[in-house]
Design a binder for this molecule. Structure first.
Ligand code: ATP
Length: 283
């Protein structure tokens, strides 16, 4: 991929925890406007990669570049977490939902926009109370929240505490909250986990519409293969912290190394899997 097509480039990323190599010399790129899935068996290192991209971990080695449409490039491994959100414009959701459960649905979406509101206030009380710029920013924040309430089907629940929402609705609210920060790259950690089949289809539609209407690039970790195969443009497969496949969903699905990793077979048995699925391991 030409680097100008890439919104995210991960190069030679390594993350060690003491003696454990959670991610080892991993390189991959996400194309702008694509939905890229990062998959792999439990413990493969997927969340660790997300934590490195979003500033929760400082990688042991490697480079993570986020390129804006303007050409400006941010080296994420050098930025603190808040700059990754506000300057580089990377947003994320978590494997375990992390909403402000006592706040209303609407408040969750407004809190997400705290940073531009504070900038508009000039960080002063007078600014909060009187500056026209702040009032404009406040109006825009409410409008943006209303837009995402509508897109995620949560308008009727706007004034309810987020913690009272059904699980699937809380997952959608997390995505709405992330989108309120106007991300260039949206990182979703297992967005379909715990969803029923209908909610899972709704999630697919929501993510496809985010890509189509906002042009946001999406990187997702997902165990639900129906979601991965249905909506991804590109799939990267990790096993024991190492990339074992990288390609379009159809290629990856029939890759014997991927099948072997998911079935948990040893290296020597890969040829048997290869024979079973009728494809050859590339030399
Ligand atoms: N903070 C940490 N300290 C020590 N080891 C860690 C830490 N975070 C992750 N690990 C280890 O790194 C490896 C990769 O974990 P990670 O959570 O990234 O995998 P994963 O692919 O996201 O797994 P799952 O699909 O189960 O969420 C595991 O062996 C895990 O125990």
């Amino acid at each position: 991929m030409a680097s100008s097509d890439a919104v995210l480039e991960v190069e030679h990323l390594t993350m060690r925890f003491g003696g454990l190599v959670a991610v080892g010399d991993l390189s991959f790129a996400c194309r702008r406007g694509d939905i890229t899935a990062l998959i792999g068996p439990n413990g493969a290192g997927k969340t660790t990669v997300f934590n490195c991209i979003t500033g929760f971990y400082r990688p042991t080695e490697g480079m993570i570049s986020l390129r804006h449409p303007s050409g400006a490039t941010h080296l994420l491994e050098r930025l603190p977490g808040h700059a990754i959100t506000w300057r580089a414009k990377v947003a994320r959701t978590f494997q375990n939902i992390r909403l402000f459960s006592g706040m209303t649905v609407l408040e969750n979406l407004l809190v997400a926009q705290h940073n531009p509101l504070m900038i508009a206030s000039g960080f002063t009380l007078a600014g909060l109370l009187g500056l026209p710029g702040f009032r404009r920013a406040e109006k825009e924040a409410v409008e943006k929240a209303a837009l995402w309430l509508e897109k995620t089907g949560l308008v009727d629940r706007a004034d309810d505490p987020a913690g009272d929402l059904p699980y699937g609705a809380q997952r959608r609210l997390e995505i709405a909250r992330a989108m309120c920060t106007d991300p260039i790259l949206l990182c979703l950690d297992e967005p379909a986990a715990g969803l029923n089949p209908r909610e899972s289809l709704e999630l697919n539609d929501l993510l496809l519409s985010i890509r189509a209407e906002q042009g946001t690039s999406i990187l997702l970790i997902e165990h639900d293969m129906s979601v991965v195969m249905e909506i991804s443009d590109h799939v990267v497969v990790l096993d024991y912290g190492v990339k074992i496949a990288d390609g379009v969903p159809a290629e990856v699905r029939s890759d014997p190394r991927v099948i072997a990793a998911y079935l948990g077979v040893e290296d020597e048995e890969v040829e048997e899997v290869e024979a079973e699925v009728g494809v050859e391991i590339p030399a």
